[in-house]
Ligand binder design. Structure first.
Ligand code: HEM
Length: 412
C-alpha cells in the first residue's frame, strides 16, 4: 500500500475523541452552554436584544457604555466558546449597524480586548466564524427532544428574523447529516493498513450516503430562508475586513494593537466537513482555490484543523485503489466523488438564488424584505456583490472547486 512518505505516516488508529469530535455531533459543539457566569451579565444582556438594538440604531452607543470586563472568570472550553460567540455577534452588530457605507475603523477596547483574549485562548480569529455562527450557536427547545429544526433554536441572533434562524439551523442540519461521513473517514483510514477491503467498502458506502443526506438537508434552505432577507439584511453582518472594499484597511482592535488587522468574514467554507472529505478522497483543487480554502482552515477550531491535517497525512486511499484493481471498491469511491460534486452543484444553485438573483432583484427595486425582518441597513450591500462573505470571487471559485472534484473520479 502506498503511503505519502514514511516519515509522514500518522499514528493509528485514528479516533474522533483525539480531536474533540463526538460520535453524535461531529464538528458541532455538543449541547453548548447558553449562559455565562454572572460577571458577564452586561455582555449577555446586550447580546439578548441585538436585532432590536440594531433596528433602533442604539447598539453602538450601548456598546460604547459597556463596562470593560476581565476574561479571568471564564472557565473551560464551553464558557470560552459561548464568550467567543457572544463577542463575535456584538462585534459584527457594532461594525455593520449602519450598513456597508457606515463601517468603522476601530473596535473599542471594552469589546476588542476581551474578544482578543478569548480568541487567543481558543485559537480562533477575533471575528465571527462558522464555529460561532453555527457550531456553537444552537440549543434544543425541549432538552429531551430530537435534533430537528422544529425542536431547535439559536442562542444569539442578529437581524433577519426567521430567515436568520433558518439559515443557521439548516446549516447545522447539514453538519449533522455529515456525522456518519466523518465516522466513515475514521473507519476508512483505519481499514487501510489492515487491507480490510470489506470495511473499506462499507465506509465508502456510508460516506456516499452521508453526502447525499447533506444535500437533502441543504435543500431545506429553500423552505426556511427568504432570499431578499438573506441578501439585504443578513449577509452584511457576516462580512469581514479582509478583501472587503467596505473596510479596505482592516480593523484596529483598540488596546490590542495600533495596526489594523484583516480577517475574513463568516462562511461555511470554514466548515471542516468538506475539507476532510476532499483530503480523504485525494481531491486536488486549483492553486488559487486551494489557497483560499487553506486560509479558511485558520478559522476552524484548532482540533478540527488538526483532524483535517491528520486525514491529509494518512496513507492515501486513492493510491491504494489505483494499485489494488478492486473494481467494486473503485466504484464505491467514485460514488463518493460524484455525490460530493453533486452537493457542490446544488450549493452553486443555492448561491445563485440567494446572492446573484437576489442582487438583481434588489437592484431592480423588487427585493424588499418583508416588514419586521430587520432593517436593510441603508441600501442593500453592493460592494460584496461578486464576492462571498469569506472574500472569494464567488462563481469562478465555486465552479472550479466543483469541477476539480469531478476530476477526482478514478477511471475503471
Ligand atoms: C444561503 C445559503 C448559502 C449561501 C448563499 C452560501 C454562499 C457561499 C459562498 C458565497 C461561498 C464562497 C466562499 C466565500 O467567500 O464565502 C461559499 C462557500 C462554501 N459554502 Fe456556502 N453558502 C450557503 C450555504 C452553505 C451551507 C449550508 C453549506 C454546508 C455546510 C455550505 C458550504 C460551503 C462550502 C463547503 C464552501 C467552500 C467551497 C467548497 O468547498 O465547495 N454553504 N458558500
Amino acid at each position: 500500500m502506498a503511503a505519502r512518505g514514511e516519515d509522514e505516516e500518522s499514528p493509528l488508529p485514528l479516533t474522533l475523541s483525539r480531536f474533540q469530535l463526538s460520535e453524535e455531533y461531529g464538528f458541532l459543539l455538543p449541547n453548548p452552554l447558553t449562559e455565562l457566569p454572572a460577571p458577564y451579565g452586561p455582555w449577555m444582556e446586550i447580546a439578548g436584544s441585538l436585532p432590536q438594538l440594531i433596528a433602533s440604531r442604539q447598539l453602538r452607543s450601548r456598546l460604547r457604555q459597556m463596562p470593560q470586563l476581565s476574561t479571568r472568570d471564564l472557565r473551560g472550553r464551553e464558557e470560552l466558546h459561548l464568550a467567543h460567540l457572544v463577542l463575535s455577534f456584538l462585534t459584527m452588530g457594532y461594525l455593520w449597524q449602519e450598513g456597508e457605507e457606515g463601517a468603522l475603523k476601530v473596535l473599542p477596547r471594552n469589546l476588542a480586548i476581551p474578544f482578543w483574549e478569548v480568541s487567543q485562548s481558543l485559537g480562533l480569529p477575533p471575528i465571527l466564524s462558522h464555529a460561532d455562527f453555527v457550531l456553537a450557536n444552537w440549543k434544543r427547545k425541549r432538552p429531551s427532544g430530537p435534533l430537528e429544526i422544529e425542536n431547535l433554536d439559536t442562542i444569539i441572533s442578529l437581524p433577519g428574523g426567521e430567515s436568520l434562524r433558518g439559515f443557521i439551523l439548516v446549516t447545522l442540519l447539514v453538519e449533522k447529516a455529515a456525522v456518519p461521513g466523518i465516522k466513515a473517514i475514521v473507519e476508512a483510514i483505519n481499514a487501510l493498513p489492515r487491507l480490510d477491503e470489506e470495511a473499506l467498502h462499507k465506509a465508502l458506502q456510508q460516506l456516499a450516503g452521508a453526502i447525499g443526506d447533506m444535500g437533502k438537508a441543504l435543500r431545506r434552505m429553500h423552505d426556511y430562508v427568504d432570499p431578499a432577507v438573506f441578501y439585504s439584511v443578513i449577509r452584511i453582518f457576516l462580512s469581514g475586513w479582509k478583501d472587503n472594499p467596505a473596510m479596505p484597511h482592516g480593523l484596529v482592535y483598540e488596546g490590542v494593537s495600533q495596526e489594523p488587522m484583516a480577517f475574513s468574514g463568516g462562511s461555511a467554507a470554514q466548515s471542516t466537513v468538506l475539507h476532510a472529505f476532499d483530503e480523504l478522497l485525494g481531491i486536488r483543487h486549483s492553486q488559487e482555490s486551494t489557497r483560499f480554502l487553506h486560509r479558511m482552515r485558520d478559522y476552524m477550531p484548532p482540533p478540527h484543523r488538526a483532524f483535517v491535517e491528520e486525514v491529509r497525512r494518512a496513507p492515501s486511499l486513492r493510491q491504494h485503489l489505483l494499485s489494488s484493481g478492486n473494481g467494486s471498491l473503485r466504484a464505491a469511491f467514485n460514488r463518493c466523488v460524484s455525490a460530493l460534486a453533486d452537493f457542490r452543484t446544488q450549493h452553486i444553485a443555492i448561491v445563485t438564488k440567494y446572492i446573484s438573483a437576489a442582487a438583481a432583484k434588489a437592484k431592480a427595486g423588487r427585493g424588499e424584505p418583508a416588514a419586521g425582518t430587520g432593517p436593510p441597513p441603508g441600501k442593500p450591500p453592493s460592494l460584496l456583490e461578486g464576492k462571498g462573505t469569506g472574500g472569494s470571487h464567488i462563481f469562478r471559485f465555486l465552479k472550479s472547486v466543483r469541477d476539480t472534484t469531478r476530476e477526482g473520479m478514478i477511471s475503471a
